[in-house]
Each structure stands twice: as C-alpha cells, then as structure tokens.
Design a binder for this molecule. Structure first.
Ligand code: FPP
Length: 258
C-alpha cells in the first residue's frame, strides 16, 4: 500500500487535494480541474463539417467551461489546448488552430479581465512564433493580479518533457554542489513542475470517450480523480460540468490510506 504523503507545503503538486486527505468522501468542490478537450474533429465530421469547425465550436465550449468553473467556485481550470504531439497534424490544421487561439485571445482578453480571471501558460509556448507569443504574454501580464479563477492553458505541452526538464535541473544542481542526490525527493521534483504554484490537481476530465491521459499532467494526476465522458468537447456545457462536480463529490478519495 502506498502511504499518503505527509504534511506538504501548500501548493506542492504531490499534496492530495482539497478534500480532507484520507477522510473519505470528497464532499468539497475540486480546487483544480483539468480537461483534455477531445473530440472536436469527430464532432465536425459527424456533421459533415471541416475539422476547423469543430475547433471553433471547441473554443466556444472553452468559454462555457471557464464560466462554469468560475461560477461553481473552482480555483484553477487547466486545459490541454495543444500537445507537443499535435505538431504531427497537417500544416493546415496547425495553422488553423494557431489562428483560432490568436482570435480567441483577442476576443476574450476583456472577458478575462472583467471576470477577474488570471491566465497562466504551461508548455513550451515559445514554439508558436513571435506574434502569438506576444499576445499570450500580454494576456498573462494584463491578468496577473486577478484572483477569481486561474485559467491555465497548456500549449505545446508534454508531461514527459516536463518531468525530464525537472530531472535535468535537479541533476545540474547536484552537480553544482547545491543539492545532495539524497535530497532529490517528491517535493523537490514537484517544485520543478510548471504547475508548482497551483493547488494540487483534484479532477481530470477527458471528453470523447477515449480513456487515456495522452502525456497530460502525468505527475500531477497521481491522486486526481479521473473522469472520462462520452460527449465530444464542443458539446461540453455547464450542465455537464455540474454533473462532473457531482461525480467528483461522490467519489471516495483515500490517497493510498484507508
Ligand atoms: C482535440 O480534438 C482538440 C485539440 C487538439 C485542440 C483543442 C483546441 C480547442 C478546444 C480550441 C482552441 C483552444 C483555445 C484555448 C481557445 P481532436 O481534434 O483531436 O478531435 P478528434 O479526436 O475527434 O479528431
């Protein structure tokens, strides 16, 4: 049996979530929800539409998810917008997705400010080129002091790359004599994750009926509740979100304890 992690500094990723650790029913709202927004292509295809139409409808679903998260007291919503593997898609689709993100940022920045949403990015988003990077960084800067909800967009994100980068950083520190190898533990690794300032992940949702994590938040999901929904991402709305919160609340979270 894996023992539940002991007291850990607030914000460290290995800490079990908001439900009192080890006490059973997660009766509280999850503090941190992440979503693998899958099924845009199939949603479009089933309507005889091009894939980009599915992504556009997916961007509208992002608005609904964000609003629902804010209205229902979630602190952090992390969405997988572009994985490090998504570059394998056609040039046309990658360029459509990039244009859509640019458009979304342009249109939604005012909403983020009005709704007091802080934007944060994870992943190697620099790969997107100077124009989108500048817009992303402007949005991050402009919303930095907002406290109602944090929207984390994972862009060119891959969990294994994130873990490998953490290993390299810690190994370098050990080589430089700043750290003993024996001091490299879960907390130190969590401290190198791009999610280090965020509350632990409580609930990870994937739409489209696929049941896998696709290199998303592998470290962070260690104790998260996983929820796989059969709907396609463009059909996601507040009702689905509230239902997901209900399912989370009915789960027993034991974090390895009894
Ligand atoms: C997965 O569906 C979805 C993506 C790879 C992109 C997600 C992007 C959005 C929801 C829109 C833009 C994002 C923001 C932040 C505005 P898929 O294309 O793999 O669907 P399929 O498996 O049915 O083909």
């Amino acid at each position: 049996m894996i023992a539940r992690a002991g007291p850990v500094a607030p914000g460290a990723d290995t800490v079990p979530g908001s439900a009192s650790p080890g006490t059973g029913a997660a009766s509280t709202t999850p503090r941190h929800v992440a979503i693998i927004m899958d099924g845009n292509g199939r949603w479009a295809q089933s309507r005889g539409l091009p894939r980009i139409a599915g992504h556009r409808a997916g961007a509208e679903a992002v608005r609904r998810a964000l609003q629902a998260a804010a209205d229902h007291g979630v602190e952090v919503l992390t969405i997988y917008a572009f994985s490090s593997e998504n570059w394998r898609r056609s040039e046309e689709e990658v360029s459509d997705l990039t244009a859509l993100m640019r458009f979304y940022l342009e249109r939604e920045l005012k909403t983020l400010e009005k709704e007091r949403v802080r934007l944060k990015l994870i992943g190697d988003y620099q790969a997107f080129g100077p124009d989108l990077v500048a817009r992303l960084e402007k949005a991050v800067e402009r919303t930095a002091s907002n406290t109602r909800l944090t929207l984390v967009i994972a862009l060119n994100y891959g969990s294994r790359a994130e873990i490998a980068a953490a290993a390299r950083t810690l190994a370098q520190r050990a080589l430089d004599g700043q750290l003993q190898v024996s001091e490299i533990d879960e907390q130190r690794i969590a401290g190198e994750m791009q999610t280090r300032e965020l509350p632990p992940l409580d609930l990870l949702i994937r739409t489209s009926g696929e049941v896998r994590l696709s290199n998303f938040l592998l470290w962070q999901a260690a104790y998260a509740e996983l929820l796989f929904l059969d709907i396609m991402w463009p059909d996601f709305d507040e009702t689905v979100f509230v239902d997901a919160l209900g399912q989370y609340a009915s789960r027993q979270r034991r974090f390895g304890g009894r």
